[in-house]
Ligand binder design. Structure first.
Ligand SMILES: Nc1nc2c(ncn2[C@@H]2O[C@H](COP(=O)(O)OP(=O)(O)OP(=O)(O)O)[C@@H](O)[C@H]2O)c(=O)[nH]1
Length: 360
């Protein structure tokens, strides 16, 4: 136990399939072999299994399939609801982090596959704010380098990253992942040199390429001090650099972001602007006490404990997603058919008198 070990929370974000979980797995094993082990938290309620040893797993608190079933939600709605439920207990997680202080340096948060579920939801905001107001907190934005060889896709990814940076107000490390397939140099070059990006765009003739060109200039500021590391979560390449960038991001948080946050808090206190309340140890989250159906949270905290595997319990009635989708699709087809036949009928009734008129 090292009393001086300052904890750092690392929130891992990225588009679906960018490699977040694989990266968390690799980062975890790298940290295990090089220093104090990390403390890993899985916030994805819908994943089937996590390949790393998770110290806290959202699936032990809320059962994604149960939430879908009980609240009649689709997959994404259920993920959001699970996160909402979990965030009401987040003070307990903060207490755990505090309790473990001195044992771990990095507290790594793996987030759900659909990025917007975390970045644009109330619970994502609560979790991020709760962490950042208690510990140095940084974001790793995982970018799929292979998919980003197309300049328009690259720009979409960067715009998304930029919007998260401004929203979360946290230091950012971009992990350009999957460098074992495509080296990330082209992306770094595009960020440093506008002309090289323009050249790449020349081959794009779509309307969106014009938009991308103008957006690129707007992102110049965002690119300027951005911390970037090219990694392969499969081979482990580049993780030394990623760790260096994490140290730099922690420094940024302490020197730049934390004072700004403190100032902002003081300002909002002076102006009497109520800030979204963030929990400390032992405090209850004030934001969500009911789920949309009006049930008490106590009812929907379905199961506790690590034996709460979400796949295939025998007594569980499976949600027949296909049936729901099929029904909706059938409804749609019927509606279109009905509309078509009533159109045909009305066309007939219009044309019939005309036919009668001409014969008279
Ligand atoms: N070649 C290569 N494949 C990778 C790398 N990292 C991840 N993958 C693959 O990319 C796919 C998605 O990886 P995940 O780690 O599940 O990505 P994710 O972002 O957690 O996915 P979701 O949470 O389901 O959206 C898997 O098939 C991985 O094996 C990498 O560095 N190189």
């Amino acid at each position: 136990m090292d009393e001086d070990l300052q904890p750092v929370c690392v929130i891992v974000l990225g588009m679906a399939g960018s490699g977040k979980t694989t990266l968390v797995n690799r980062l975890t094993s790298k940290l295990y072999s090089s220093g104090p082990p990390p403390y890993v938290i899985n916030l994805d309620p819908a994943c089937i299994e996590v390949p790393y040893p998770a110290n806290v797993d959202i699936r032990d608190t809320v059962n994604y399939k149960e939430v879908m079933k009980q609240y009649g939600l689709g997959p994404n709605g259920a993920i959001v609801t699970c996160l909402n439920l979990f965030s009401t207990k987040f003070d307990q997680l903060l207490a755990l982090v505090k309790k473990n202080q001195g044992r771990h340096k990095y507290y790594i948060f793996d987030t759900p596959g659909q990025i917007e579920v975390f970045t644009w939801s109330a619970s994502g905001n609560i979790i991020t704010e709760a962490l950042a107001s208690t510990f140095p907190t940084v974001v790793i934005y995982v970018m799929d380098t292979v998919r980003s060889v197309n300049p328009v896709t690259f720009m979409s990814n960067m715009l998304y990253a930029c919007s998260i940076l401004y929203k979360s107000k946290l230091p950012f490390v971009i992990a350009m992942n999957k460098t074992d397939v495509v080296a990330h140099d082209f992306a770094v070059e595009w960020m440093r040199d506008f002309e090289s990006f323009e050249e790449a765009l020349d081959s794009e003739t779509s309307y969106v390429s014009n938009l991308t060109r103008s957006m690129c200039l707007a992102l110049e500021d965002f690119y300027k001090d951005l911390l970037v590391a090219g990694v392969s979560s499969t081979t482990g390449d580049g993780f030394g650099e990623l760790l260096e960038k994490l140290v730099a991001a922690e420094k940024e948080f302490i020197e730049i972001y934390q004072p700004e946050r403190t100032e902002e808090e003081a300002r909002s206190k002076a102006n009497n602007t109520p800030k979204p309340k963030v929990t400390g140890e032992g405090e209850e989250m004030p934001l969500i006490t009911q789920v949309p159906t009006g049930r008490e949270l106590a009812d929907v905290f379905l199961r506790q404990g690590s034996d709460d595997s979400s796949d295939g319990e025998e007594d569980e009635e499976p949600v027949d997603k296909d049936a729901i989708e099929e029904e909706t699709f059938t409804d749609f087809v019927n509606r279109v058919r009905q509309e078509k036949s009533s159109k045909e009928k009305s066309a007939k009734t219009i044309s019939e008198p005309q036919a009668g008129g001409s014969s008279s």
